[in-house]
Design a protein around this ligand. Sequence first.
Ligand code: F6R
Length: 363
Amino acid sequence: DKGPYRHYMLKEIFEQPAVVAETLEGRIHNGRLLEESFGYETKALLDKTKQVQIIACGTSYHAGMVARYWFEEVGIPCNVEVASEYRYRKTVVAPDTLFVTISQSGETADTLAALRSSRSQGFLGSLVICNVPESSLVRESDVALMTRAGPEIGVASTKAFTTQLVALRLLVLAMARRQGIDEAQLKEWVEELHALPRQMEVVLQLNDAIEKMAEGFADRSNALFLGRGPFYPIAMEGALKLKEISYIHAEAYPAGELKHGPLALVDAEMPVVCALPDDPLLEKVLSNLQEVRARGGELFLFSDKRVKIELDNYQSLTLDDICPTTAPIVYTVPLQLLSYYVALLKGTDVDQPRNLAKSVTVE
Ligand code: F6R
């Protein structure tokens, strides 16, 4: 039932504050991570983990890419790879590595095959982050950390992605404690997670303004998404959403790679989308955007209220009081809405984009 929404995708975008809160329920309380809720076996596995290998496909892979920044920030080495490449490659597994898969459906053929072959590769064990309790990946992994997004009907993944990020963040916090991160720091990070549903509510109020912004894309056939740090995978996710449902060719680049090639594509016909959180890489990103402007590229920005943008021409929407550790999750929401409204203008089948299936159970 779509309720008052025109498409499942829009309904699922708006469900995010609730399903994120649901995914946190019973797992954090009063600034504390309730690790007991993960279960004894999971805790025992995390106690032994020194590194993490993440495997996933598509949107779930982007969640893994964001998590790599989080894991390494607390001192845990982390590799991330798409399942279809990993499974056919000779790999070298470092001692005490946990094999982590991420999947909404729990049935993705390549991810499942990678899990199966991991068993003979010397991993400590396997953990899956998944949205479907009775799925193959949950049954075949040693332990599971469930997202509680509820059924996702729209083929383009939205609430599954943001709840995967929440589950990954919980995992990172559990590992951070083992790395000896001090309790005051941990408490602050837990509180940032606690504030997330409310921040997502606030960002959803940009809905009408984003619908208007989408008009700038309706007659375009290409778009670039830029980001640095954890906002690079968020740019990849933004580009994937746009191509999946609007059929506009969209590419994401780490902003620093612009002058190594893609800048040649930028002219007045090229919309460039970028999130501008108030983070240490801000000045670098702004100077990349300056290069885009100098070639006439059109900028569509989502920026923190504290950020001063000194560019000659751009469209921007502001986000307020976003916490640093959860910012990639919050900035995902306006990108989802942007794709949705562009697709609506183009008249595509938003919930069932051409050539795609919700669950990819064949290789
Ligand atoms: C994109 C999308 C896909 C899936 C991918 C993996 O919107 O939904 O890229 O993320 O097919 O699926 P799961 O997460 O079910 O393993």
